[in-house]
Design a protein around this ligand. Structure first.
Ligand code: CIR
Length: 253
């Protein structure tokens, strides 16, 4: 069960955030509406939502997931690999400290972004990406193993972050796209396979009794429903334009 979620409102500078997509610049007003709907959906899932104010200095700072890894027992502050995002952690630490006494830090030259970390019960998968390097991944693995979790480092081939292509729904069930469909590290899980034309829907979030999914991916939605999960669909167009998905917009714990 998740009790708490931290989000950050997008600022005016959001339109200048990083992207690899060719979907065009985000519409700020629409992004604000979509963010508000995201907050409402979280409340429907029964969590307490901490809403941090926009931070104009960091255009991508609404993607709070990348700044930390939160477990029930301790927090790890990340060290984002994107230079324009690295300073975002300072604006997150006070809020994370208000919930956690036991806090670890990923140290340079290690880099790590929360979007590369997938928790499957007591086992964490750590993606090696353009944002998370081997040094950062090893630091996290060491912290997790010391705290009695399992950890596996997974080099990514194509996906931006690990969770761009795979999500965990509970009950040993993952939603998987592209390189993760037949990936040896995820062979033992029940898989909901996302077809190539719906790849963006691989990033979805299970929060208590619901799975929040992006709107407009009917095949994946049907498969998730058929697996017994209740879904909430959200418009995500303005976050997709900056490579952001549903998980990126929150820290859940
Ligand atoms: C970035 O490039 O860092 C942002 N525009 C998108 C971050 C997405 N975060 C995530 O997948 N956890």
């Amino acid at each position: 069960m998740f009790k708490n979620v931290i989000v950050r409102t997008p600022g005016k500078s959001y339109i200048n955030g990083l992207t690899t997509s060719d979907l065009g610049a985000p519409d700020l007003e629409k992004a604000m509406e979509q963010h508000q709907a995201y907050i409402e959906a979280l409340k429907t899932c029964g969590v307490e939502v901490t809403i941090l104010p926009s931070n104009e200095d960091f255009p991508d700072s609404t993607f709070v997931e990348d700044t930390a890894v939160l477990t029930p027992e301790f927090a790890i502050i990340s060290n984002p690999g994107a230079p324009t995002r690295n300073g975002e952690i300072h604006g997150m630490i006070p809020s994370i400290k208000s919930f956690y006494g036991n806090i670890y830090y990923i140290q340079a030259p290690g880099t790590l972004e929360g979007g590369d970390i997938l928790q499957v019960d007591d086992h964490f998968y750590i993606g090696l990406s353009s944002r998370t390097n081997l040094e950062g991944a090893k630091q996290l693995k060491e912290i997790l193993e010391k705290e009695h979790y399992k950890a596996t480092i997974v080099p990514l081939e194509k996906f931006f972050h690990l969770k761009t292509g795979i999500s965990y729904l509970g009950n040993q069930t993952v939603v998987a796209a592209g390189e993760f469909i037949d990936h040896p590290d995820f062979i033992g899980y029940t898989k909901i396979i996302v077809p190539p034309e719906e790849e963006y829907a691989a990033n979805c979030i299970r929060i208590n009794d619901f799975v929040i999914i992006p709107a407009g991916y009917p095949i994946t939605k049907q498969k998730i429903n058929d697996a017994g999960f209740q879904t909430i669909e959200l418009e995500m167009s303005e976050f997709q334009k900056l490579d952001g998905g549903l998980s990126c917009l929150s820290l859940r714990f």
